[in-house]
Design a protein around this ligand. Structure first.
Ligand code: ADP
Length: 348
């Protein structure tokens, strides 16, 4: 074949990869003193992302200094080179759609600006893990502050080498007032703001682990899930939280859709919203766990479709209730996911 097209026309684009992963690549650059909580929050953040079906990787001193950068010292020049290489790696990850969490002290503004420039300002999210030196020193997780105070480590950030706090970080976590869970919540909000808040259906079709995450059911969901085999008089689809929620969403939507002029879209919305509750009910009445899971999957697919349709409506109209409905729908999707997970693990 002749080479009529430049190679990048045939390479899979970033957008295509992001669509495949149902997520947007971005780099969360954690900066803060040693012991401020970067690794702790980064690890919890990655775990939450994974459990919600996102693909994320953490780059930190351990996996970079021992490998790619094992020929670098802590001299000023080598510290700059360390950050430059990390930023280049993060950029590669990010451009492949991966949510990349970099956890490095990176003490100077210039270093972080260099990273921002390499990665690209649109993909770079500076996260300041803000913990006062006294507290980091009290924690002294790795015993490094004590050694630095004894003069055994020279140029230790915060002791005899400066830390320049970010002036205007995208995310500021004050760990003296914000716990790890809340910090992760703030970071997740940033990920969701990319418009990929509902995980793609394709993932389940490939039979991967997304549904198998270990998140615990709330007490309510536990009751509802076990209600399936509860005494006969209590056994009714009306008792299922997921069914109730689906019905609520449908009835609120039916009022709204009358104002939608695009009839095709209106039809689709009605069809997917009705399909959620009716599939839950159909599966529930089949009496077999396996069948129930199958119908729950279909209901979940319809809920995903409905979500996409409503995001489209949001582009066209301003309905007061729409954000609340979208929010309820996200909750319903999570509940359906958990119920499926529960059913799978309890093979009745
Ligand atoms: P770094 O990676 O910044 O060097 P680490 O995450 O290794 O820091 O250590 C931070 C320590 O502080 C951990 O022992 C962690 O449990 C503790 N810690 C206490 N409160 C918080 C908080 N709100 N956020 C993060 N870490 C906290």
């Amino acid at each position: 074949m002749n080479n009529l097209y430049p190679i990048h026309d045939s390479l899979v684009s970033r957008q295509e990869k992001e669509k495949l992963l149902s997520q947007q690549g971005m780099v969360f650059w954690f900066t803060g003193l040693s012991g401020s909580g970067k690794s702790t929050i980064a690890t919890a953040f990655q775990r939450t992302l994974y459990e919600q079906g996102y693909f994320a990787e953490v780059l930190d001193g351990d996996n970079i200094r021992t490998g790619l950068n094992n020929n670098l010292s802590f001299s000023e020049a080598d510290r700059a080179e360390n950050i430059r290489r990390i930023a280049e790696v993060a950029k590669l990850f990010c451009q492949n759609g991966i949510i990349t969490i970099c956890s490095f002290i990176s003490p100077t503004i210039a270093m972080r600006e260099q990273a921002r420039t390499i990665i690209g300002p649109g993909d770079f999210v500076e996260v300041f893990v803000d913990t006062p030196l006294e507290i980091c020193e009290q924690r002294d997780v790795k015993g490094l502050y004590a050694r630095a105070r004894r003069g055994e480590i020279k140029g230790f950030t915060g002791i005899d080498s400066p830390f320049e706090a970010p002036i205007n970080p995208e995310i500021h976590i004050n760990t003296t007032t914000v716990g790890v869970k809340e910090a992760v919540g703030n970071l997740m909000a940033k990920v969701r703001s990319t418009g990929y808040e509902v995980r793609g259906m394709g993932y389940e079709v490939r039979g991967m682990g997304y549904e198998m995450h270990s998140e615990e059911l709330t007490e309510d969901e536990e009751n509802i899930a076990s209600d399936f085999y509860a005494p006969y008089n209590k056994k009714s689809v009306q008792n299922l939280i997921v069914w109730q929620k689906a019905m609520q969403i449908t009835s609120r939507l039916l009022k709204m859709v009358e104002e939608i002029k695009e009839f095709g879209l209106r039809d689709q919305i009605i069809r997917s919203s009705v399909s959620i509750a009716s599939n839950i009910s159909e599966g529930y009445n089949r009496g077999s766990n396996k069948e129930f899971i199958r119908y729950l999957f279909i209901a979940k697919g319809s809920a995903s479709e409905l979500h996409t349709q409503l995001l489209f409506v949001k582009e066209l109209y301003t309905f007061n209730d729409l954000d609340a409905i979208l929010n309820d729908l996200s909750v319903l999707l999570q509940q359906l996911g958990k119920l499926i997970q529960y059913r799978k693990s309890h093979g009745f």
